[in-house]
Design a protein around this ligand. Sequence first.
Ligand code: MG
Length: 373
Amino acid sequence: MLSIIGSTGSIGRSTIEVARHLGLDVASLAANRNVKLIEQQARLVKPRVVALLDENAARELKTALADTDTHVLSGAEGVNEAAQAGATLVAAASGIAGLAPVLAGIASGSRIALANKETLVAAGKLVMSYDADIIPVDSEHSAIFQCIQTSVTPSSQLKLILTCSGGPYRGATPEELENATLERTLRHPKWNMGAKITVDSATLMNKGLEFIEAMRLFDVAPSQIRVVIHPECVIHSAVEFPDGATIAQLGSADMRVPIAYAITYPKRLPGLSEPFDFFSTGLTFEPPRRDVFRCLALAELCAERDYVNGTNECCVLNAANEAAVAAYLNNKLSFARIPCIIEEALEKFSGVRADSYHEIVVLDETVRSFICL
Ligand code: MG
C-alpha cells in the first residue's frame, strides 16, 4: 500500500503510473491545491484518504468526491495523516513543505521513497538520526544507492561521482546568463520536471542540493563527492572504490525507473522504461564551471561548513534559493540575481545552528522574511 505525497507533481504522476503498472494499491494521495487533477487521480486509484494542504481547495474536493468512499482531509495535519496511511510513503512534495510528511512517515514506521531533496538539505542530520528505511528516488542518489548494494567498503573510503546534465545554459557565458529568459530556463534539455526544479537545474543549484543530499544520505565528507557534467544523462551517477574500480548505473532519463526501484527494493520487477541503447549516443564528460554557475559553488561551501562546524547553513541556502526561485518565476528577479540573493542570506546567517524540527522551520521562515522579494 502506497501513500503518495505530492501526487499532482511530476514525480507523483509518474508514481501513479508505476503503481498501476505494478498492480499496487494506493492508500492515500496528497497535494497542495490542484483539485481537478487529484480528483481524477482519486477516481482512478480509489485511495482511502486524500488530502489537500489548501483548506479552500480541500472543501472543493470534498464536494467533488462526495459520491465516492474516499475520505477528504485538509491542511498540514491532513497531509501528515495521509502520509501515514500506507506502508510505503512516496515523498514527492516540492520544497520544505515536504519535510513534515516525511517525519510523519518515519514516525509511523513506513518505508520512505524519498523524492523531496529539500528534506535532506534543510534537515538531513535530523532525518538521518532516525533509523528509518529511506530509499532515494532522485535519479543520481538512486544510482549511487544501486552501485553500493553489494559493497562492503566503508562509506569513508568511497568517492561519489554525481553526474549532471549541465542544464539549458551549459557552455553559456556570464553575459548570456544575465539575459536568461524564463522561457529558455524552463526548457530543460533532458528531463521534464516541475518549474522549481527546472530553474534549479538551470542554475546548477539542483546539483548543489543533490551534493548536500548525497553527503547526508550516504554519510560521506564533501571532499568525497565530485560533480561531473555529463550532457547525455545516460550515467545517472557512479561510485569509485578504493581499488580504482568505478561502478556506474546507466539508463534512459525516465524517473519511473528509480521510483519503481525505491518502491520494490530489493526486488527488480519488469518496468515501463526502454533499456539504454548502447548505439544511440556516445558518452562525454566535462568539469562544471563554478565561476559561471555560482549556485553550485555556494551549495558546496555550505556543505563543507556544516560538515565541519555542525551548523545548518544548508537550511539557509535552501530557504534563500526557494524564495529567489519563486521570485524569478514571478518575474520579480533576474536569473543572474539568484545566487546574489543566496549569498546575502548566507552572509547574514553565517554560522547559524538549527537541529530540531522546530528550529529548522523557524530558521527557514526567518530566512524567507529576511529576503522578502
Ligand atoms: Mg536528480
